[in-house]
Structure formats: structure tokens, C-alpha cells
Design a protein around this ligand. Sequence first.
Ligand code: YS9
Length: 312
Amino acid sequence: MIMKRKMEDSCKEKCRPQMSEEQEQLIATLIEAHHKTYDSSYSDFGQFRPPVRKDEFDSSDDCSMPEAPTDCSFGSSTPGESSMNSGNLGLLASFENFGQSASNMTSPFSMLPHLSDLVSYSIQKVIGFAKSIPGFRELNTEDQIVLLKSSVIEIIMLRSNESFSSEDNSWVCGSEEFKYSISDVTQAGHNMELLEPLVKFQIGLKKLNLHEAEHVLLMAICIFSPDRPSLLERERVEAIQERLSETLRAYIVCNHPPPSSHLLYPKMVQKLADLRSLNEEHSKQYLEISREAGDPSDLTPLLLEVFGSPLS
Ligand code: YS9
């Protein structure tokens, strides 16, 4: 214990010219903010609408739901029972979704309600994290909104790396029920064009083996991107991002041992570039999903506000 104390002191001594007290404090603040907004036990996930996974090997697309069965048969009438309709039944039944009202129509995107709730929940957590980054609250409200709206999907992709497992390319959030595979995301309406780069991004980020300090600094740097469209006070955003980047560089020099520290900073900057293209592709796919979703309430009001409503 005494030995450890001495080690830490000597390290601090060595770092003093590179890491200021203020920078140490900034890192402590970000880590605390992250702990308050990222629950590693994923205990809230049970409150989301449940995940509905369609059997990959069953293409029959029947209406049966694993948990809450909804009546999507043709009422109680069996062929021949109703004298009026019996002659038509064969023909009418051949029309897809005949007999289903809009409310019990099976959405083609069975995972959308659950993943919408997960993303909606994550957005709220990201807002909480952003608000505790020194300087954020001091920006004008319009810029706060611009920064959050434009970065939130990027931050969700970044923070999800904590649950991502490179073993089987899935996000593991506790139980089997909350383990998200690539196929789950395609069942929310997204296609491989976006999913493949997202998974590659996760694998590459995992390989960087970031310290927690680096992980939280990367998220903060991403939020304070001065090149987001229609910012009013770009220079102020840039100044805050500069402070964060300097802190990250100093942290790596002082605390990240070689060889994994090699080119770490530029590799992290590259991840921010990757996120831009993921963000752009997501916007396009989201627009399609929100138009095609059978039921608009599959999404949430917050999702519609942040990513846009097809009606606006
Ligand atoms: O377009 C919508 C709104 C439906 C979002 C689409 C996202 C996919 C876009 C690329 C294909 C969404 C479905 C993705 C984004 C991040 C998620 C992905 C939600 C699929 C499931 C895994 C994942 C994030 C995992 C998290 C779990 C945990 O780490 C989110 C994070 O905030 C956590 C709390």
C-alpha cells in the first residue's frame, strides 16, 4: 500500500510538466459524469418495450408473438362457417394482412420498439453527460441543442463500445434477452450497408483498449465539434474542444504506456471521422425507417424530435 502510494506520487511528479491540476480535475469530472449516466448493470433495460426476435429460419411471417399473443387471425370465422363470406374467403384471405386493423398489423421491424426505447433512453443519458462537461451549460441554448442533436447518435455508438463484445460481435447488456446481435439490428429496419461499418467500428475501437479517461474524453471531444452546421458561437465550441484534446494528449503521454500508446491520439481522431460517416448513413436510413414503420409509436417522441419526424 505504501509502495503503491509512492509510485503514484512519483508518477505525478514526472507528469507535472505535462498534466496540470486543472486537466486532472477535468478528467475526474468527466469520469464521474460518465459513471452517473452509464449504468453498467443495465438494470433499466427491463422497462423498455420487450425485444421481439423473429425466427431467422422461419420465413412464414405469421402473426404469433412469443409473449403477448395478439389476435391476427380472421376473427372467429373458420372457412365455411359464415355463409355470407364463405365463397370469398379464399380470395380475400390471399390478400396480405386482410382482417388486420392498423393497430394489430405486424410491423416488419419487430425489434424497432425495443431498440427505439434503448436509443431514447441512451439519448437522455448522453444529455446528462453533456450537461456536466465544463463549458457546456455556459453555451447559448441554441448551440447546446445543435451540438447534442448532431452528435448524439455518434456518442451512443461510442458509449455502446462498453457493452460490445468482439468475441461474437454483439452488444451484451446482462441477460440473453438484452444481447444484441447484427440480426437484431436488421430487424429494426437497418441494412448491412450501415451495420457492417458499425460493427467494424466497434471492433477497431475495442482494439484501441482505451483507458476510461480516454473513453470519456473522446466522447466529450466528439460533442464539442466546432464544424457542426449552424453553430452560432463556433469559436467558443472550438476553444472547449481544444482544451479537451490537449488534456487527452497529455493524458496519453503521461499515463498510457507503449506500445499501445503508439499513434493512439491520431487513431482516436480517425474514430471521430468514422463516426461522421456512420452518422450520415444513419440519417438516411432513419428517414426511410420512420416512413416505413407500420406504427409511428414504434418510435418515441424524443426520437422523433432528435432525428426528425417524417411528417415535418
Ligand atoms: O435509427 C434508430 C433510431 C432505430 C437507431 C438505429 C441504430 C443503428 C444504426 C446503425 C445500424 C441502433 C439500432 C443501434 C445504435 C447503437 C443500436 C446500437 C442501439 C443497436 C443495439 C446495440 C447498440 C447500442 C448498445 C447500447 C447498449 C449499452 O451499451 C447503447 C448504450 O447507450 C448502452 C447503454
